[in-house]
Ligand binder design. Structure first.
Ligand code: CA
Length: 257
């Protein structure tokens, strides 16, 4: 991330960013950071562009957006497709605006947010929070306090473009604990379950055997019917295997990049 800021700042310091001045690698790095996520491919931001320039590569389009010496307000994002660059003075998650993405085959939408304040605004925006459809700057998780069976909880996450949360490290676990400080329900489903006697993530990936986040004496498969995993308050929100048809609150995770 630090490298990214340096790249952007170095671009901004130059008043005469000319097309093609930087190697494609530099632009690729920036594009990767503000990349069109899977939610933005074949989609455009559905607003009237401030400026349209044809016969450009996507990198040239980015460079053009980063230029600051234009008459209209600063470029915040762009749509790109068919070698055409559509510069835009707002962005998907701008506060107070009801910007939406629209389907457009072969086009993509890119944010170009350059300053920390903007990123915080972005981070806190309704779209980020509720739909997880923004970039990697979005919060990764969303807590649902209502009670559902494991499968229903997973279906709810999927309907929002996510999955049940898949903490893969102590750092992820800490992030989830931090989220739960303002909720504190008894139990939360996460995206882990036992299949063929092995606990795996809901995407089928393996659980790191060394990741010890189980509560005391868990998993115990009590009654031989505990095939799903929850974070349990009475265990300090460590993991407990639990009957999948029992009701619990749950945490979704959004894959945004
Ligand atoms: Ca148990």
């Amino acid at each position: 991330m630090v490298i990214f800021y340096i790249l952007v700042l170095s671009l901004l310091r130059s008043p005469d960013i000319s097309r093609g001045q930087f190697s494609p690698h530099v632009y690729e790095t920036i594009i990767a950071n503000y990349a069109a996520s899977k939610y933005r491919h074949n989609k455009i931001l559905d607003v009237v562009p401030a400026e349209v320039v044809s016969s450009l590569t996507v990198y040239q389009c980015l460079a053009l957006c980063l230029q600051e010496n234009r008459k209209w307000a600063r470029c915040r994002s762009f749509n790109y497709g068919n070698q055409t660059c559509f510069l835009i003075d707002t962005y998907l998650c701008e506060k107070g605006r009801k910007n939406n993405l629209a389907e457009k085959l072969g086009y993509s939408y890119y944010d170009v947010l350059q300053r920390h304040g903007e990123e915080m605004e972005y981070f806190n925006s309704k779209s980020c929070r509720e739909f997880g459809k923004c970039s990697s700057h979005c919060p990764k998780y969303k807590v649902f306090s209502n009670l559902k069976k494991f499968a229903e909880a997973q279906a709810t996450c999927e309907a929002e473009g996510g999955v049940l949360a898949m903490p893969r490290s102590h750092k992820h676990h800490q992030e989830l604990l931090h989220l739960l400080t303002s909720h504190k329900k008894e139990r939360y489903w996460i995206g882990l379950r036992r299949q063929n006697n092995i606990t795996v993530y809901i995407d089928g990936s393996a659980l790191d055997e060394d990741l010890q986040l189980w509560g005391e004496d868990q998993p115990n498969n009590s009654g031989g019917i505990q095939y799903c995993v929850e974070m349990l308050k009475e265990m300090g929100y460590k993991w407990n295997d639990f009957h999948c048809d029992n009701l619990a609150s749950f945490i979704c995770q959004y894959i945004t990049t």
